[in-house]
Design a binder for this molecule. Sequence first.
Ligand code: CP3
Length: 333
Amino acid sequence: MTPIHQVIKNQNTKINPIWIMRQAGRYLPEFREIRKLNSNFINLCLNHELSSEITLQPLKRFNLDAAIIFSDILMLPYGLNQKVQFEKGFGPKLGKVNIDEMLKLDEVDFVQKIYPVYKALEKVSTSNLLINKNTIGFVGAPWTLLVYIINQQSPKKNLKKNFFNDNFLINRILLILEKFLKIHIKNQIDNGANVIQIFDSWAGLLDEKDLPNYVYSPTLNLVNYVKSLNIPVICFPREIKNYKEFCNIVKPDAVSIDYNVDPKKILRDIKIPIQGGLDPKILLTDKETIKKETRRYLDVFKNHPYIFNLGHGVLPETDPNMFEYMVNTVKNY
Ligand code: CP3
């Protein structure tokens, strides 16, 4: 069994496997080289030769325990015929939602539109670089995708006042998302993903009273679906205040924590395997600090099933040597 499966399925506390969110990305010069020649990010994700190569770039350099497929949570609205673009220095920009277009779409059209993502997964998962390692597939949680679909860009600190105005529209979008997220998950698994992570990057924007409706129920539904396919599922409900309640209700196989979570408190609150936590900004400091902070997480979780990761994606300005130093600190612990 792979180290990550041992931690998640067998609650092994003796090993600390490591992978890093956004490990394939802009901090790597070999990624920037490819990116320079491919200005359209969506098209890059749809080029299975390049996206599989990018996925494996960090595994060629570092002793990581998994590859996460180079794709994006916004490939889903793209597959649903919403316009999705990435602008340098701005982030994602989506077109106005056309619910009738979305409702017309069937499974075949959707899969055809993002088919190269699955082809890349097949390539990656059969690579020699991944022997006894995992291939991680992922989706955005329904709530976070709803935010992008309606807001048409990353929200700053708050949702717009009129975000919830059209309840009928919201409910129809959530139903469409449920259907196509399941299709997307199933296809990733059929093509080699053996862990699924659900990113709920904007869970922290919601009032506590809205969590059951927009986060707990739709995520529980997806978690149960992944479990029914016998693949472990990790949830990352970034910046929610109450991870304990989330875990008690949604019951993922493992939970990924953001860097505002106190590791000692979460250790007391949560029984399931834990992943992540370290602030990505720590990688912008010096070796001594990186070692100290990396070990702080490993120390706290030394008797708990724990997968090492950051508390959010690795920052583009990170020095790959510092990244490597962190990986080696974990491996030599
Ligand atoms: O290595 C990996 O982790 C796998 C690939 C991956 C990407 N996006 C590639 C990417 C994953 C898992 C994601 C998830 C994703 N995408 C999330 C959830 C995680 C999170 O960060 O909270 C979200 C919210 C998105 C949407 C998204 N995609 C945004 C907001 C941006 C712009 C970010 C920025 O700083 O400009 C992206 C673009 C994106 N996705 C890049 C990469 C490597 C950068 C693309 C580039 O300009 O080269």
